[in-house]
Design a protein around this ligand. Structure first.
Ligand SMILES: CC/C=C\C/C=C\C/C=C\C/C=C/C(=O)SCCNC(=O)CCNC(=O)[C@H](O)C(C)(C)COP(=O)(O)OP(=O)(O)OC[C@H]1O[C@@H](n2cnc3c(N)ncnc32)[C@H](O)[C@@H]1OP(=O)(O)O
Length: 243
C-alpha cells in the first residue's frame, strides 16, 4: 500500500477515510495475507495528523476527525494481516504511530528520516494510546524521555532504542520488507493471528473501553485557546521555514 497524499502524506480526514476503505477491502479479500505500507511522497513517510483538521475547526469537525484517527489506528494495530512498514521517509507523531502499529518496521538509512512522537514540540501531548504503543515498543524509561522531549530519532538511534526493527540502505527498503514478509507468511495464519491478538488486545481495549470519552477529551483539549495558539505558532514556523 503506497500512501499518496502530497505534499507530505498528512493524515487528513479524507486521506484517513481512503486508507480505511483500502484496508477494509484488503482485509475482506481472503487472497491477501499481508500488506507492506510505504510512501509515494519522496523523503516523507507521513507528516502525521493533519494539523489543519485540528486548527480553527469547530468541535463537531474535531470529533469526527478524532473518531477517524482512532478507527485507523485500531484497524492497523489489530489487523489480521501481516503489516510491515517500509519507512522511506520522515515519520513524526501520527506517522510514527502508524509505523509503530505495523508488525515490523524497516527504516531507510537516511539521517533526514527521523521517527518519533514529537507532540510536545508542537505544544500538544501524545494521547494515552500513542504513549501505550511507544512504551510497548521501546520500554517505559526510553518512552518517558522520548515523549517528554519530543525526540525524533534518526535511523541509527531509532534502531538502538528499538523503535524500528531494521535499518537498511534506502534502495533496499522495499526488497527487505518483502523478505521479512516472506518470513512472517511462513507462519500459519491462525496461530500468528491469535498470538497477535493476545499480545495487542489489552492495549487496544484500553481505547475501546473509552472511545467516546477519548473523543470528548481530545475535543476539549484541542479547542483550548492556548492549544490553538501553539498550533498557530507551529504552522507559522512551517511556513517561515520555506523562507
Ligand atoms: C487530554 C488529551 C487528549 C487528547 C490528546 C490531544 C491532543 C493530541 C492530538 C494529536 C496528536 C498529534 C499528532 C500529530 O501527528 S501532529 C503532526 C505532527 N507532524 C509534524 O510535526 C510534522 C510537521 N511537518 C514537517 O516537519 C515538515 O513539513 C516535513 C519534515 C514533514 C516535510 O518538510 P518539507 O520541507 O518537505 O515540506 P514543508 O514545506 O514543511 O511542508 C509542505 C506543506 O505541508 C504542510 N504540512 C506539513 N506537515 C503538515 C501536517 N502535519 N499537517 C498539515 N500540513 C502540514 C506545510 O505547512 C506546507 O504547507 P504549505 O506552506 O501550505 O505548502
Amino acid at each position: 500500500m503506497k500512501m499518496r497524499n502530497p505534499p507530505v502524506n498528512s493524515l487528513s480526514l479524507e486521506f484517513l477515510t481512503e486508507l480505511l476503505i483500502s484496508l477494509e477491502k484488503l482485509e475482506n479479500d481472503k487472497t491477501f495475507r499481508g500488506i507492506i505500507i510505504t510512501s509515494d511522497c519522496p523523503g516523507i513517510f507521513s507528516a502525521g495528523l493533519d494539523l489543519l483538521e485540528m486548527y480553527g475547526r469547530d468541535p463537531a469537525h474535531c470529533a469526527e476527525y478524532w473518531k477517524a484517527v482512532q478507527e485507523l489506528w485500531l484497524r492497523v494495530y489489530l489487523s489480521n494481516l501481516v503489516v510491515i512498514g517500509a519507512i522511506n521517509g520522515i515519520s513524526p507523531a501520527g506517522g510514527c504511530l502508524l509505523s509503530l502499529s505495523c508488525d515490523y518496521r524497516v527504516l531507510a538509512n537516511n539521517p533526514k528520516y527521523a521517527i518519533g512522537l514529537n507532540e510536545t514540540l508542537l505544544g500538544i501531548i501524545a494521547p494515552f494510546w500513542f504513549k501505550d504503543v511507544l512504551v510497548n515498543t521501546i520500554g517505559h524509561r526510553a518512552a518517558e524521555r522520548a515523549l517528554q522531549l519530543g525526540f525524533l530519532f534518526p535511523p541509527s538511534d531509532a534502531l538502538q532504542v528499538g523503535i524500528v526493527d531494521q535499518v537498511v540502505p534506502e534502495d533496499q527498503v522495499q526488497s527487505t520488507a518483502r523478505s521479512v514478509m516472506a518470513q512472517w507468511l511462513a507462519i500459519p495464519d491462525h496461530a500468528r493471528q491469535l498470538t497477535k491478538n493476545l499480545v495487542r488486545k489489552p492495549t487496544a481495549d484500553r481505547l475501546l473501553q473509552q472511545r467516546d470519552a477519548d473523543i470528548q477529551n481530545f475535543v476539549r483539549f484541542i479547542s483550548r485557546d492556548s492549544i490553538q495558539k501553539s498550533l498557530h505558532v507551529y504552522l507559522e514556523k512551517l511556513k517561515q521555514k520555506k523562507g
